[in-house]
Design a protein around this ligand. Sequence first.
Ligand code: GDP
Ligand code: MG
Length: 181
Amino acid sequence: QSTYKPKDHLYKILVIGDLGTGKTSIIKRYVHRFFTQHYRATIGVDFALKVLNWDENTLIRLQLWDIAGQERYGNMTRVYYKEAVGAFIVFDVTRKNTFDSVINWKTDLDSKVQLPDGSPIPCVLLANKCDQLRESLTSNKALDDYCRENGFTAWFETSAKDNINIDEAAKSLVETILEQD
Ligand code: GDP
Ligand code: MG
């Protein structure tokens, strides 16, 4: 007789960063396998659900929270962050000011949500629109140092347009969440 008991996790994941960095495009690509230049800006909060058959015993449902049009305020309400267990902070590799904002998003995140033991929630940095770069950032040591110093668990160059590294980044975030769960 089987005593097989699958584990089922629901994880709330935040996707934050400046306006126009590609947050909505990344979510659409990841969840719906789809990219379009012609997006519609909605105001409010959007959700998307991604189901991962992680292994034979584990089902993971990622609830991705997209801030729509609220980036302009530079920070979010505590309600939005409540019970999140992971986050992506996105910047646009073609606009340096969106990288300068990353630290503000991280500070805001850490001040508003923590794990039950008080530690920061796992956060992965996404250098998006890498299809626009002449040279890959992959061996960029400055970004490694930046992430270590500022408490990011990892960083990836991504492209929602060309579907680069988005699955990998999500996998990395989930692995860190599972380790801490
Ligand atoms: P959000 O405001 O952060 O949600 O950004 P959007 O997802 O709405 O994207 C802003 C603009 O950047 C749109 O015109 C997208 O088509 C474009 N965009 C998003 N991701 C990429 C990418 O990986 N590469 C390129 N070249 N453009 C992108
Ligand atoms: Mg958006």
